[in-house]
Ligand binder design. Structure first.
Ligand code: WT7
Length: 650
């Protein structure tokens, strides 16, 4: 029966394994013990100000650390700085111009290495090229590129001259690109002829042409030659990148920007609705990503080789490929292609080849590697790795353990980092040399960040399930939604008075550890129990035969909703439906036992790898599919629909 207590999300799963920071890791870690937390707890604004002063170079110091007019924040007000200076010039001036910034690997196996001095040179030239096309401080520039170094060059060149970039993932359609160009009224579009994906060239320029035809603001299109595919160039409007660069001077002094100058827009679609142009500005954002990249990844820039497998089209690519790592003077790997070209061990061959020491990826990728089997990583020497990271979705405890054992060789701490496009940088995560981790828990807010799990009434709770909120402003927070301040208030600040609501369910365990429970829109209601998708999925993944699982609540006459599970098995494994249903009952309770289990080789995902449970609900309830434009692979759902039809005839 539904009682008051069961209105919030149930807490079903108990995970008791604990992993203190490995002794060898702690020897050289930047943060052991609690000093950073202690300092932040004393006065969090001064704490952030110290990070800003220590980690970022300013042309003019700020006069106010934080101006907070709920829900609008400004950080380091009055300060001036240039982001591209921070990412490039200052390393070269410090004598590190020869340090490798980007170790790039193309999908076909071609490679490029860019030192900090070379990257600075490219960025200066391209900034001048943009100026020659009429780009000025305050303008917007769209970027639609494959994972090639020019993506970072283009972003940094914009930052250098004070134009805001809006990067659109290269896998998005012409229509998606046109919508984003129009919303931002961008003046210039930077694209490529094409890029490599799964052994073939995927054309970008034709999509870009189609998009530009449906926009009025674009004056010039810059085209990087990468795919070698034939493209048509519109005279006067379109310019080859290499032509612009060959005529450009490399003298382009970094101009000081206001701390609150718009650095970029990044559109997030969520699973439905008109995309929101999330606004990020300069000083606070750079402070947040530089600080988190240094301490969460325990970065030793003179010896680490860092690799984040995200695409620059997502916020992870902005914060933890471009701005955080480069501001810290890191050496990083950048890879153009898919993880299974030419074979399922490509990722591990890159780790071995470049001696990657810090590896940051997504649970969806980890579960895919589980599906491909442990023999793939076992083909390679992964002993260079010393730290592993996860981001994008809750990581199931069993996927965490798999990652730790088979990739980390049992010696690497794992940082499960919770954050969002909107938060700009990592918010909840272990510090690897200081935090005892539990598989599946993002542990605690990082020093300087304040989170609360609240109940339906918005009151903080100390244990059990509820809703994740953020209670104080933070430097990297979004400054709004481009052109729509009301939507900003309504979306993030109206559910719980005075608090930012992230849209995620979360729980606190008896030790105060924080566990993400998935999006609240996905929470299932079975006989009045609010059950998180994450906990049931983790129970399924804890079965030795299961690599990945998605569950949804489908309408049910008896119980309101019934749990329907979609399951992908590990390579070569088998299991029957009844065993799996009983396994869930045993792990977390009979109330969470799925009514039906469907086996599938793939789950429907967004292009950034998140499971689209909304579509699975449509399938489970036999509805026509809603909006499928954010789906990465359209064939997956059709396949599932066919299986559902078969099953109901059984
Ligand atoms: C949503 C934000 C953060 C960069 C990539 C995604 C989910 C993200 C975790 C994590 C559980 C996570 C949340 C969040 N999420 N990281 N470590 N544990 N859930 O950015 O596309 O803006 O998505 O991703 O649901 O709200 P995004």
């Amino acid at each position: 029966m539904a009682t008051d207590a069961s209105r919030d999300i149930d807490d079903l799963m108990a995970e008791n394994r604990k992993f203190p920071p490995p002794k060898d890791f702690v020897k050289n870690t930047l943060v052991a013990g609690t000093f950073l937390y202690d300092e932040a707890n004393e006065d969090y604004e001064s704490f952030w100000a110290r990070q800003a002063a220590e980690l970022v170079s300013w042309d003019t110091p700020w006069d106010t650390i934080c101006e907070w007019n709920l829900p609008f924040a400004k950080w380091f007000v009055g300060g001036k700085l240039n982001v591209s200076y921070n990412c490039l010039d200052r390393h070269v001036l410090a004598g590190n111009g020869d340090r490798k910034a980007i170790l790039w690997e193309g999908e076909p196996g071609d490679t490029r290495v860019l030192t900090y001095a070379e990257l600075l040179d490219e960025v200066c030239k391209f900034a001048n090229a943009l100026k020659s096309l009429g780009v000025e401080r305050g303008d917007r520039v769209n970027i639609y590129l494959p994972m090639i170094p020019e993506a970072a060059v283009a972003m940094l060149a914009c930052a250098r001259i004070g134009a805001a970039h809006s990067v659109v993932f290269g896998g998005f359609s012409a229509q998606a690109l046109a919508d984003r160009i129009n919303d931002a009224s961008a003046k210039v579009l930077i694209t490529a002829d094409g890029g490599y994906r799964r052994g073939e060239v995927f054309p970008l320029k034709p999509q870009a042409d189609e998009a530009v035809a449906n926009t009025t603001s674009i004056e010039h299109v810059v085209v990087v030659k990468r795919g070698g595919n034939a493209v048509s160039m519109t005279p006067g409007r379109d310019h080859w990148y290499h032509d612009l660069m060959s005529g450009a001077s490399n003298d382009c002094p970094a101009e000081p920007m206001d701390s609150e100058q718009l650095l970029f827009l990044l559109y997030t679609s969520g699973t439905t609705g008109k995309p929101k142009g999330i606004m990020h500005t300069t000083g606070g954002y750079l402070t947040h990503v530089t600080y988190t990249h240094k301490y969460v990844f325990d970065l030793h820039p003179e010896k680490d080789v860092y690799w984040c497998t995200a695409d620059v089209g997502w916020v992870t690519g902005h914060s933890y490929i471009v701005y955080g790592p480069l501001a810290n003077g890191a050496t990083q790997v950048m890879y153009e292609g898919v993880p299974n070209f030419p074979a399922n061990d490509r990722i591990w061959s890159i780790v071995e080849k470049y001696k990657v020491s810090i590896f940051y990826t997504a649970p969806t990728a980890i579960r895919t590697y589980m599906k491909w089997g442990i023999e793939e990583p076992a083909k390679h020497d992964l002993s260079s790795l010393r730290l592993l990271g996860s981001v994008g979705e809750p990581i199931n405890p069993e996927a965490w353990i798999w990652y730790q054992e088979n990739i980390g060789g049992g010696r690497c701490p794992i940082v499960d980092t919770w954050w969002q496009t909107e938060t700009g940088g990592i918010m909840i995560s272990p510090l690897p040399g200081a935090t005892t981790t539990k598989p599946g828990s993002a542990t605690f807010p990082i020093p300087g960040v304040h989170a609360e799990v609240v109940n339906d009434a918005g009151e903080p709770i100390t244990h059990g399930g509820g809703y994740l909120t953020l209670t104080h402003p933070w430097p990297g927070m979004l400054r709004g939604i481009w052109g729509d301040p009301q939507r900003y208030k309504d979306t993030y600040w109206s559910t719980y008075e005075g608090k930012y609501f992230a849209g995620d369910g979360a729980k606190l365990d008896a030790d105060g550890y924080l566990w993400l429970l998935g999006r609240v829109d996905d929470v299932m209601n079975v006989s009045g129990h609010r059950i998180s998708t994450t906990e049931v999925e983790s129970a399924l993944v804890s079965h030795p035969s299961v690599a990945e699982a998605a569950v949804v609540g489908a309408k049910d006459d008896q119980t309101g909703q019934a749990i329907i599970a979609y399951v992908t098995l590990r390579g070569g494994a088998t299991v029957d439906e009844t065993d799996l249903r009983n396994h869930v009952a045993k792990e977390i309770g009979a109330i969470a036992k799925p009514k039906a289990v469907y086996f599938t080789p793939d789950l429907p995902k967004t292009r950034s790898g998140k499971i689209m449970r909304r579509l699975l609900r449509d399938v489970a309830e036999g509805r026509n599919l809603g909006d499928t434009t954010t789906l990465a692979d359209q064939s997956v759902v059709a396949e599932l629909q066919a299986r559902a039809a078969d099953h109901s005839e059984d």
